[in-house]
Design a protein around this ligand. Structure first.
Ligand code: SAM
Length: 309
């Protein structure tokens, strides 16, 4: 089942390109390895865990027959989750052309598909969503999984993003997502010896360029995640700043949990327990779970939900 991404010609020069071009090229150049290969990688439990978290969030907040927008949808890794949640339609947007092609193909090849979808290449942090969707589109739910932090490069980008999230979201509609927890990251950074700017384990590394200034936007660090993200620039999302900004777009926080807390909160509930086994977060045969290093890496994320007033 191996498929290879189309080689991206602009990759060579991408280090010099704009940050969003750099990020797009990074995701474009990732090779689609297929389910079997993924399970051999050393972060299989972490990947499964992140998928499980997203399933929980989607399951908690999606309404049947809803219209969904997935911003930064990537290769469409959440398509099965949307199908299971019985949505009526999906708009998937991402800046990485190759990922959008993959998502579109995955959707059209999907067995037992029950929803309509359209996929578009778009820089969701710089341009307006009305360029790609009809003006009268109304979403019940907007999802941004593991991508909002790229928009915290500047306040302007964060605002454009939130405008895109909310402009077609119905009142009472939900905005869900997952982001790294700036508090957790900064605590780690501050606990380092004076002149050190990097911390890591065998799964991930985070490297800052300085630790004297803590600007609300554009606080850059370099992130590496084994077999997934190869030293990509990311930006801290200080949650209170995000929440305050979001409130200016009519968004009210209804849920915020660190992944570990979310896990502990629902893992014994029969439905979610079954999902932990079926999504292979826990190996049912021997109750094996992820390694300590994977667990530490998953601990840096937060799942959230806002409701539009
Ligand atoms: N949401 C997917 C998931 O959970 O599997 C993909 C997550 S991946 C870590 C981050 C995604 O954000 C990538 O697909 C990347 O191309 C996308 N992204 C980064 N900057 C973007 C931008 N300016 N506009 C749209 N998508 C962007």
């Amino acid at each position: 089942h191996e498929r290879h991404a189309i080689p991206n010609k602009s990759l060579k020069s991408s280090k010099d390109a704009t940050p969003s071009r750099f990020v797009a090229d990074h995701y474009n150049s990732k090779v689609e390895v297929g389910v079997e290969r993924r399970r051999e990688s050393t972060i299989i439990f972490l990947r499964s865990f992140n998928n499980w978290i997203k399933s929980v969030l989607i399951g908690k907040y999606v309404t049947r027959d809803g219209h969904a927008l997935d911003m930064g949808c990537g290769k469409g890794g959440d398509l099965l989750k949307w199908n299971k949640a019985n949505i009526k339609s999906l708009v998937g947007l991402d800046i990485a052309e190759v990922s959008i092609e993959d998502a579109r193909k995955r959707w059209s090849d999907m067995k037992g598909r029950r929803f309509d979808a359209m996929f578009n290449v778009m820089d969701c942090f710089s341009s307006n969503i009305s360029d790609v969707i009809p003006r009268d589109t109304v979403f019940d739910i907007v999802s941004m999984q593991f991508c909002l932090h790229y928009s915290f490069e500047t306040e302007e980008k964060a605002r454009i993003t939130l405008n895109n999230v909310t402009s077609n979201l119905k009142s009472g509609g939900i905005f869900i997502g997952t982001v790294p927890d700036a508090n957790w990251i900064v605590k780690k950074l501050k606990s380092l010896p004076k002149d050190q700017l990097k911390f890591e384990n065998s799964i991930y590394s985070i490297r800052f360029e300085q630790k004297d200034n803590y600007p609300p936007f554009g606080h850059k660090y370099w992130f590496y995640l084994k077999d997934a993200i190869n030293d990509c620039p990311e930006y801290l999302v200080h949650f209170p700043t995000f929440q305050k900004l979001a409130s200016q777009y009519g968004l009210e926080l209804v849920y915020k949990k660190r992944f570990h807390d979310l896990y502990n909160e629902v893992k014994e509930e029969p439905h979610y327990r079954e999902l932990l086994y079926s999504m292979r977060v826990i190996d049912k045969r021997n109750e094996e779970e992820m390694s300590d290093d994977e667990w530490e890496a998953t601990g840096m994320y937060i799942g959230f939900a806002f409701r539009k007033k």
